[in-house]
Design a protein around this ligand. Structure first.
Ligand code: ADP
Ligand code: MG
Length: 570
């Protein structure tokens, strides 16, 4: 078989590129089985999709590391990284190695389709750019690539001496410990945990790697110090941010945003050495920011904005170009609809008029002439009525002192609890009452939003949705802009959401609601695996698991979306 593949490819040498098509099929390469699922039509098309399978007995990975879902996710991530590292450093021809890709995992450990581990086999899913000279097939080079380079790299990274079993064990143990800690947060009444010694700052604005050099390691303030016992037996000490309302204050540049950003990323587990591997946040904490210009469809933003001079009904608000405050309100309400139990908000990325209104302005403009009820008046009801906590960065305003359960200050990157002081200041400088127990509930039950039949598919859409980088999904003639969806961290997640959109467009039958559709899709992924998001049999593409919140975020940013019974405006 190895022979026949080699012979076939050699015979293609110098022929038209399209003759590679006949490669489709499966081949035995020693103890590996190569399946060619999809062959590119020309050298500039997306690369060809192939899988390499090895039996579990051949691979001989310690069974106890693969015995649970967490173990398989971590081991799959480990093998993906090992394969990618081997592609960068092998002694094979660089042009052969650079023709092969398995995706590039970042600092987060995500469930991925790049390596599938089952009872019987381990399968590596790769993309291969088949070699060309102009529009001719370079069959001989392809033969070397597929029958020599590729098997050798797979041997080394999956089977041979290149597989570092101790490192694999550490990787799996860390991931299980992180998941174990996260699973205890709710019972302990915590939103997140940051271990003492963590390194939060990043090297640069566009880098997700830890800052080196003059770093102040994280240290928990006495008042919020907690300990966790991990499944491995290890004990960790650090800060637990409790449920309720926590406000982070401090001077500019003292590290507030860095702390909040680490908490925001803590919904995902990070690799050892990242500095944030022991920053663990509830999986359903959602970052909320202003995003002017976004589209919104049928969102009930009336707890925050009502009585617009135009007469617009904000219980079902639609816009093609939302303002700073309305976009932040929509982001918040949609996060609640998607099941968020905690909100993370930074003053740097918030609309001021959404967050606060000061005393003087309250005196000049009476409440009945101000459509916006600022977040400072709603953050308490959000917790008391809906059980949703908030962690907030506010260095520029003491308005939240009255409503905060905890106020912590960052000074020179070091935390201190100043709740008592902040309360004292609030008492000595009273503001007009924000809300009182006598007020009617601020938040109605979130109404289910049902997309109109077909409205989840833009007009004139023919091709499947696909990702273009982390921030964009090309969806027919429209681009879904996810730049402001900051907890989407990997292009493979974006690609998975693109596939999800195509699936959900089909199930938008005019009776199903968004939350129900997303839940059903994720239940299917849970039961059948991440591969099932793809309609292709065999290689599913390079997908990583997104959270429900980011799928919701993509749906909500589709400009074609129309909600049933919501008045259409623009
Ligand atoms: P703030 O939001 O309070 O204005 P930032 O979080 O933006 O401050 O941080 C300001 C700068 O300080 C950033 O360049 C950041 O990388 C750096 N920084 C933050 N935390 C630390 C730390 N613990 N040690 C060293 N530098 C830090
Ligand atoms: Mg900041």
């Amino acid at each position: 078989d190895q022979h026949s593949l080699s012979t076939m490819l050699t015979a293609l040498d110098g022929r038209g590129y399209a003759s590679y098509k006949q490669l489709t099929g499966s081949y035995d390469l020693g103890n590996l089985r190569l399946s060619v699922d999809k062959v590119q039509v020309d050298p500039f098309a997306p690369p060809s999709l192939m899988r390499l399978r090895v039996s579990r007995t051949q691979a001989a990975l310690p069974a106890e590391l693969l015995s649970d879902h967490h173990g398989r996710v971590a081991a799959g991530d480990f093998l993906t990284r090992a394969f990618a590292a081997r592609l960068r450093t092998g002694r094979e021809e660089p042009e052969d190695r650079s023709a092969i890709s398995i995706g590039t995992p970042g600092q987060q450990v995500l469930e991925r389709t790049s390596v599938l581990i089952t009872q019987d086999f381990i399968e590596v899913r790769i993309a291969v750019s088949l070699p060309a000279a102009g529009r001719r097939a370079l069959g001989r080079r392809a033969a070397r690539l597929l029958t020599q380079t590729l098997p050798r790299i797979a041997q080394d990274s999956l089977l041979g001496a290149g597989l570092d079993v101790d490192a694999l064990r550490d990787h799996v143990t860390l991931y299980r410990d992180q998941a174990g800690l996260r699973s205890q947060l709710t019972d302990r009444g915590l939103i997140c945990f940051l271990a003492d010694g963590s390194v939060l700052p990043r090297r640069a604005g566009d880098s997700d790697h830890p800052l080196e050099g003059d770093v102040v390691a994280f240290r928990s303030p006495d008042a919020l110090r907690v300990s966790f016992e991990l499944p491995s037996g290890r004990t960790l000490t650090g800060m637990g941010v409790p449920e309720g309302i926590s406000v982070i204050v401090g001077g500019g540049y003292h590290g507030k945003s860095t702390l909040l950003r680490a908490i925001e990323r803590g919904v995902y587990p990070h690799v050892a050495g990242d500095g944030r591997e022991w920053v663990i946040t509830r999986a359903d904490a959602v970052s909320i920011r202003a995003e002017d210009g976004r589209a919104a469809a049928g969102v009930d933003i009336s707890p925050f904005i009502s009585g617009l001079p135009s007469g617009t009904d904000t219980r079902s608000f639609s816009s093609t170009n939302a303002s700073g405050s309305t976009s932040q309100a929509a982001n918040l309400v949609e996060a609640v609809e998607a099941g968020a139990s905690a909100l993370l908000i930074d003053e740097d990325t918030s609309a001021t008029n959404f967050m606060i209104r000061d005393e003087r302005m309250r005196q000049l403009i009476p409440a009945e002439h101000e459509p916006i009820t600022p977040f400072v008046d709603r953050v308490r009801p959000l917790f008391t009525e809906r059980g949703i906590s908030t962690v907030l960065v506010a260095g520029g305003s003491g308005a939240f002192f009255d409503v905060a359960d905890h106020v912590i200050v960052l000074q020179d990157y070091t935390l201190r609890d100043v709740t008592a002081q902040a309360r004292q200041i609030a008492m000595e400088n009273p503001t007009s009452a924000h809300t009182s127990a006598a007020d009617p509930p601020a938040f109605a039950e979130v109404a289910a939003r049902v997309p109109r039949r077909g409205s989840l598919r833009p007009a004139k859409k023919t091709k499947p949705a696909r990702s273009r980088g982390r921030e964009t999904i090309q969806y027919g003639p429209e681009d879904v802009d996810l730049a402001a969806v900051t907890q989407l961290v990997d292009v493979a997640q974006t690609e998975a959401i693109a596939k999800a959109l195509d699936r959900l467009a089909e199930s938008a039958d005019g009776t199903s609601d968004i939350a129900g559709m997303v839940t059903a899709l994720l239940e299917q992924v849970e039961a059948e695996g991440l591969d099932s998001l793809s309609t292709h049999r065999g290689h599913p593409g390079h997908l990583a698991r997104p959270r429900a919140h980011e799928i919701h975020a993509a749906i909500n940013r589709c400009r074609s979306l129309k909600i049933l019974d919501a008045p259409v405006r623009d």
